[in-house]
Design a protein around this ligand. Structure first.
Ligand SMILES: C[S@@+](CC[C@H](N)C(=O)[O-])C[C@H]1O[C@@H](n2cnc3c(N)ncnc32)[C@H](O)[C@@H]1O
Length: 370
């Protein structure tokens, strides 16, 4: 789909934040998955696909996502198992610039073991990825472990049917970008109906048209999240919004995975970025809560009120923290709460909240003196 940007364009602040999240995640994901591939089979490898690769450079010489990902991965060389990197760009001029940028890294790549950067492809990533996936299906082989980065302009170029095909391969993950503001503006435009439906995989997004204007953005985010789980087959979805100075979302990044470890690492990657980020608060569904407002005291209050009076497993607390809050540090907090006798373990004292996930703990009733 044509856009109105030049071949190479100016890098925007939200792009830098997006790159930081991607490279933070790759830093954690590549060594973990490479070791995992080593454990599960001698001929296994992992893959990173940048399906909307862009030209690889911005007007101010900021490197694009392909270059930043390669550099990040090079820092982890040598890897125990190969990683294959694929780049797809539809626009021929941008593709030529990208090719030249990738050529500049050729000798570094050649000197590193187990990092295989494939020649970029020029074309529509939907066609190219579907053709690859057809080959895997024909050979009855599973694709992945792979991270597929779907960094489109707008919202209509990465259809849910493509995400569903990727996620059918259980060890694949997607990081997909949606321009929230643009989607919101075009919501009532009948000419965009098919494109939006293609993005969501069904027409339930149309219910949002009836919402108050102020609530539409949040409602759309809920809908896309639901669509990623129901239509895109992602077991775990995490999303966050990048906000403008009026706290309104400019864009969203959605992460879909079937791995709770992947979810945990992505959230750590997001927490390391110091930007105007917000997450969707499940306790207050109409509200975006700023990351900066969520420290250990916030999490403590949240756990004490959510689990008040209940006996739950450590694993349940972990999943609550992972799925309903922007934080990951449940083990640290439970350790403190146990040492203060706020939570009581059933049976003997819990030594490791990271490992003893099946152990049960009792939370006090709200308001009772400890
Ligand atoms: C947001 S830019 C990508 C920026 C890049 N990922 C980065 O962070 O540096 C989106 C790119 O996708 C390309 N594109 C648009 N539709 C595409 C499609 N269907 N398949 C592949 N590339 C596409 C555009 O030409 C544009 O260069």
């Amino acid at each position: 789909m044509a856009d109105n940007q030049p071949t190479v364009w100016q890098c925007e602040p939200h792009t830098l934040a997006k790159h930081k999240i991607l490279t933070n995640y790759l830093e954690a994901w590549v060594p973990i998955m490479s070791r995992h591939a080593q454990k599960i089979g001698s001929n296994r490898s992992i893959a990173f696909v940048d399906a909307f690769a862009g030209p690889g450079i911005y007007l101010d010489d900021t490197p694009g996502s392909p270059i930043k990902s390669i550099r990040t991965i090079l820092e982890h060389a040598p890897l125990p198992k190969p990683i294959h990197l694929y780049f797809i760009e539809e626009d021929e001029k941008r593709y030529n610039v990208l090719k030249a940028q990738l050529d500049l890294l050729k000798s570094d790549i050649k000197n590193s073991k187990n990092i295989d950067v494939h020649d970029p492809e020029c074309g529509d990533c939907n066609l190219i990825l579907n053709a690859w996936l057809d080959e895997f299906d024909e050979k009855r082989k599973s694709f992945g472990p792979a991270l597929v980065f779907l960094d489109q302009f707008g919202y209509g170029a990465a259809p849910m049917s493509l995400i569903e095909r990727i996620m059918r391969h259980g060890q694949c993950e997607v990081l997909t970008f949606i321009e929230a503001r643009r989607l919101n503006w075009t919501l009532g435009d009948e000419a965009k109906r098919r494109t939006i439906t293609r993005a969501f995989g069904d027409e339930r997004w149309r219910d949002v048209i009836g919402e108050d204007v102020g609530k539409r953005s949040t409602a759309l985010r809920h809908e896309y999240r639901r669509a990623l789980q129901n239509n895109g087959r992602a077991k775990y979805v995490w999303d966050f919004a990048m906000l403008d100075e009026y706290q309104k979302p400019i864009c969203w990044l959605f992460f879909g995975t079937n791995s709770d470890r992947g979810l945990e690492e992505m959230k750590k990657a997001m927490l390391k970025v110091d930007e105007r980020f917000a997450f969707a608060d499940s306790d207050d569904p109409d509200q975006l809560t700023m990351f900066n407002d969520c420290g250990s005291d916030w999490l403590r209050a949240r756990l004490e009120s959510h689990f008040a009076g209940q006996v739950v497993t450590v694993g349940e607390v972990r999943m609550y923290v992972l799925m309903q809050t922007p934080l990951v540090n449940y083990a640290e907090l439970l350790t403190t709460l146990q040492s203060e006798n706020v939570i009581i373990p059933i049976g003997k004292r819990i030594r490791s909240f990271l490992r003893e996930l099946d152990r049960k703990i009792r939370f006090p009733d709200v308001g009772l003196p400890y």
